[in-house]
Design a protein around this ligand. Structure first.
Ligand code: ADP
Length: 494
């Protein structure tokens, strides 16, 4: 824009650009003091006054910025250069002013400055350093973040490629070289994470990025590289990976347990229908015989079959009791404490042997039993069951010989009860811990096949194991392993 004023700084001429920028025509501003139309609230009074003073002293003004207003009322930033025009007597007769609308430029400059500020802040926050490679000198220049990342003295702001390369952890070098070669061969962006060892010996992870540049038909290394410290991110990532791994294992274990539970549920329901049906079927058919015996007047036969109906009923009731006891276990949860197995065994022997009054027995090893970390109520249940079986399945011996023993290992105790009963064939040894499983050879000895299933469930809930070592007719040894780290309480999955 060009504005010409007289010596009193009243406008005498403006060019068309002035009208295009401000919206004011020559007729609208001619004769008015300069700025009369264009000054407004944001125009800095001090600047315009100083500008007036300078001009009055006959001096020129250059590069002064003021906010002016267009005819539309919109403010704009003006860059002013004003030159006094003199006659041959050196008197000022006019002012010649060249003005430039720098609004856009200032806006851009401001936004650039803001951008730069944000970039620097982001760079600092992201621990992102910039490295510039000078192809002529073959030297690097870097920003202060690089000094922080590599723990290089602040006074060093550049160096050779080798100066940075020496920080790369030795094991990461081959892959790094491979990646660089690949990027230079294909022109692909270089983006690689690798460990470094800083000046002070700290191990860190950095991410280095750069885009190769075209040179004729080939690629050459980037001039600008970014190096970011990603140690924290790596740590978190590693933590997350470990957590995921743990989670995967946990889910796997849970799935296995669920599958096991499902399988045992199937076996259980199969056994349930089979074993419960048997006495019911017997009761029905024996009752038929009782009926026909009465019709035939054979009271003795009727009485015999009545007894059979009664014993089938008793069997049914005992089966139901056992099942209820088994299912109640699931709701108990376990509560561990130190359990003195010597005391517990002595009490159990007293109670169980009372149910076998005519059976002579000896018990050895009780005094050497240890104190273990277990649920006292549930452990008593296991021990009573095992003892009851030991008495029951050695009834044919003149004297039942019981031997108790314990072996301590690094992580727990193995307790055992040996009897001199009829023993178990190797092939049956695993099955007997299943629900309703009985060995055929024992048909003469009453039982429901629930006790050992219950023992297994209790011991497993302690994180332990139960098994039998036996040979037929040579007695059986039931072993229970209890880990030292059994859960203290609430392990509800009995
Ligand atoms: P039950 O004794 O009521 O049949 P259990 O679950 O306690 O049920 O035992 C399952 C089976 O294991 C028994 O039927 C028996 O065949 C076998 N068994 C358990 N304990 C002994 C033992 N001490 N000696 C020989 N066999 C045993």
């Amino acid at each position: 824009m060009v504005v010409v004023t007289d010596a009193d700084r009243r406008v005498t001429w403006v060019n068309q650009t002035y009208t295009a920028v401000t919206g004011w025509t020559l007729d609208e501003v001619r004769g008015l003091p300069a700025g009369a139309r264009t000054h407004g609230p944001l125009t800095d009074k001090r600047v315009t006054e100083q500008l007036g003073n300078t001009l009055r002293q006959g001096r020129s003004v250059s590069g002064v910025e003021v906010v002016n207003y267009r005819k539309s009322g919109e403010p704009y930033t003006l860059l002013l250069n004003i030159e006094p025009v003199r006659n041959i007597d050196r008197e000022v007769i006019a002012y010649f002013s060249i003005q430039m609308d720098v609004t856009e430029r200032r806006k851009l400059e401001k936004s650039n400055a803001q951008l730069q500020y944000h970039l620097q802040a982001a760079q600092r926050l992201l621990k992102l350093g910039l490295v510039k490679f000078d192809r002529v000198t073959q030297q690097l220049k870097w920003t202060s973040e690089i000094n922080e990342i590599f723990e290089i003295d602040k006074s060093t702001t550049g160096g050779s490629l080798g100066d940075l390369r020496k920080f790369v952890a030795i094991e990461a070098l081959p892959e790094l070289q491979e990646r660089i070669d690949k990027s230079l061969a294909t022109g692909e962006e270089f983006d690689h994470d690798f460990p470094i060892v800083t000046t002070n010996g700290h191990r860190r992870w950095v991410r280095v990025c750069g885009v190769p540049e075209r040179q004729d038909r080939n690629w050459r290394g980037p001039e600008t590289w970014t190096i970011q410290d990603i140690s924290v991110y790596k740590e978190l990532y590693e933590q997350k990976r470990l957590n995921n791994e743990k989670l995967r294992i946990m889910v796997g274990e849970r799935t296995t347990r669920l599958e096991e539970a499902n399988r045992s549920l199937e076996v259980f329901s199969h056994a349930l229908s089979h074993d419960l049906k048997k006495p019911v079927r017997h009761m029905a058919s024996f009752s038929e015989i009782v009926k026909s015996s009465i019709v035939a007047g054979d009271v003795d036969a009727a009485m015999v079959y009545c007894d059979k109906v009664i014993s089938a009923g008793n069997r049914l009731s005992s089966l139901i009791d056992g099942m209820l006891a088994f299912s109640r276990l699931g709701r108990k949860g376990i509560h561990c404490c130190m359990v003195d197995m010597r005391k517990l065994t002595t009490e159990c022997i007293g109670e169980v042997s009372a149910s076998f009054p005519s059976q002579a027995f000896t018990a050895s090893g009780v005094d050497d039993l240890p104190v273990v970390w277990a649920d006292p109520v549930l452990t008593r249940e296991v021990w009573s069951n095992l003892l009851d079986n030991a008495f029951k399945y050695s009834g044919m011996r003149e004297v039942t010989c019981l031997n108790f023993a314990s072996v301590e290992s690094v992580d727990g105790w193995t307790l055992s009860i040996r009897d001199n009963g009829l023993g178990i064939e190797a092939g049956d040894a695993l099955d007997i811990f299943g629900m309703f499983t009985r060995v055929d050879a024992d048909a003469s000895i009453s039982g429901d096949g629930i006790g050992l299933a219950m023992c297994k469930r209790i011991i497993q809930s302690h994180g332990g194991r139960i098994w039998v070592e036996s040979a037929q007719q040579e007695g059986s040894t039931f072993c229970v392993y209890l880990p030292r780290t059994a859960p203290s309480s609430g392990f509800g999955e009995i």
